[in-house]
Design a protein around this ligand. Structure first.
Ligand code: FAD
Length: 451
């Protein structure tokens, strides 16, 4: 066995993409004793101040934390994150109200800075002897027959050819590796955009204390919404999600300020009029894409993970968490298959497909919940009912949000569980209505007979 282990312990791996998932995957493989070379097309983010153009902070939950724990990083990351124990709802007029995420065990999701997280992961990966990080190298060509890659040095334009025992594409929602897989025979892939885009705004630290901490703030407005997540320096990252058409219709500062003062009155004060106008007219709303693939591996060595495998809209806060979970699942499969790459990546496709398709659907559903349903009485009633039932029947009743964010239940089972719960509640309400009707009818009958 020792000989067998020694043979496999130095598998040679290439990871394309040094974002959140690629850099964490490098740590997981380094811990397995693999030799890892990570290629990232951008410059080293630890040496630049520019943000990579996407959400400045993200919500970290159970699935992501599990993989961070696997590589010993959970505690240091949690120490620099901010707990969000519920949603704080801002109506158009009137008082804000808090809806806790977990009424029974008070579990929270955590706001963590993207750049901070990426830097910690890259530092941790680099500390391992077997890991080499190569920046400013962009994947440009893939040959699945010869198991080779071509990468372009972004500075010198020199092209290098590489190969490895296992080649991971963690190169994001517009993955180059996935693009080459897509051209192969019978490769299934669907890609869809929603009609809404997003734009990031900011509440500066000087006014941040006016928003109640330890919450994810939401301004639900039916067909669109705005949210805010806290940062370590007391500022808040605010994200406006709205149809592109609506973004386009706001053509000058007066229209913008009118729109905000009518729709997000309290937020306007916090963001600041000047800052709002400046940010709104110097940035473009970004698109939101969902990508579902039929398989994630190709040939004997290639695998895509993270957004490359399953980009989703951000409304369940699961994109990164699911990508981190990919790393745990791959690690388990490599254990199970004794480092046999082919068997592990094939099993990954088989095991993961149903789950990541389900979470892509859940993420789309949650947009409706966040921008609209949270304001309805039926939503609040269901939340309370779920809380009561999960307290009484913790083994049987796990509310959807809890199963997605605070458990490791496979995503497709979370969805099935929710559909089963809906059916059970529907039956119970039907039974109660029938009993009430019968009781009422009996009372009337008795009353009329006596008369
Ligand atoms: P990326 O972070 O996109 O990293 C891919 C990397 O690959 C990049 O560094 C890129 O430069 C590099 N690359 C690309 N092409 C090449 C190439 N050809 N050669 C070499 N390198 C290449 N998720 C959550 O879990 N919680 C949240 O709260 C949350 N909020 C979000 C809010 C918004 C507005 C958005 C847009 C997303 C949010 N997400 C959230 C999703 C999360 O951002 C992604 O799921 C996560 O970043 C995926 O990580 P990744 O490493 O797979 O991809």
């Amino acid at each position: 066995v020792r000989e067998e282990n020694a043979k496999f312990s130095r598998l040679n791996v290439i990871i394309i993409g040094g974002g959140l998932v690629g850099s964490l995957c490098a740590c997981v493989f380094a811990k397995r004793g693999y030799k890892v070379t990570l290629y990232e097309k951008r410059p080293d983010p630890r040496k630049t101040t520019a943000c990579n153009g996407r959400s400045i902070n993200l919500a970290l939950s159970h699935r992501g934390r599990k993989t961070l724990r696997l590589v010993g990083l959970e505690l240091s990351i949690m120490e620099s994150s901010i707990a969000m124990k519920g949603r704080m709802i801002h109506p158009v007029a009137g008082e804000t109200s808090s809806i806790p995420y977990d009424l029974v065990n008070n579990q929270c999701i955590y706001s963590v800075g993207r750049n901070f997280l990426n830097q910690i992961l890259l530092n941790a990966a680099e500390k391992h002897e077997g890991v080499t990080l190569v920046f400013k190298h962009k994947l440009s060509d893939v040959n699945f027959e010869e198991n080779t890659l071509k990468l372009i040095n972004q500075e010198t334009k020199e092209i290098i050819t590489e190969t490895a025992d296992l080649i991971i594409g963690a190169d994001g929602a517009f993955s180059c590796l996935r693009g080459f897989m897509q051209k192969r025979f019978l490769y299934d892939l669907t890609q869809s955009y929603i009609e809404h885009g997003y734009m990031e705004l900011r509440v500066p630290a000087s006014r941040g204390h006016k928003l109640r901490n330890n919450h994810l703030h939401i301004w639900p407005r039916g067909t669109f919404m705005m949210i805010a997540l806290p940062n370590q320096d007391s500022s808040w990252t605010v994200t406006l999600f709205m149809p592109f058409k609506q973004f386009k219709s706001i053509t000058d500062p007066e229209k913008l300020l009118n729109f905000f003062s009518n729709t997000f009155t309290d937020a306007l004060e916090l963001i600041g009029k000047e800052e709002l106008v400046q940010t709104f007219f110097t940035s473009n709303p970004a698109p939101l894409i969902t990508v579902k693939c039929g398989q994630y591996h190709m040939g004997d060595r290639f695998l895509i993970i993270g957004d490359a495998a399953h980009a989703m809209v951000p409304f369940y806060g699961q994109g990164m968490n699911a990508g981190f979970e990919d790393c745990t699942i791959l690690n388990n499969l490599l254990n199970e298959h004794k480092d046999n790459v082919k068997a592990s990546i094939e099993a990954f496709s088989e095991q993961r497909r149903q789950d990541v398709h389900a979470v892509c659907d859940l993420a789309l559903y949650n947009y409706k919940e966040m921008r609209d349903l949270v304001t309805t009485r039926s939503f609040k009633f269901r939340k309370t009912l779920d809380g009561v039932l999960s307290k009484w029947l913790p083994e049987i009743w796990t509310p959807l949000y809890n199963s997605v964010s605070f458990s490791h239940m496979e995503y497709h089972k979370c969805l099935e569980n929710k559909l089963w719960q809906d059916k059970v509640l529907k039956r119970i309400f039907q039974m109660i209505s029938t009993i009430l009707i019968l009781v009422f009818a009996t009372i009337i009958y008795v009353f009329l007979s006596v008369k």
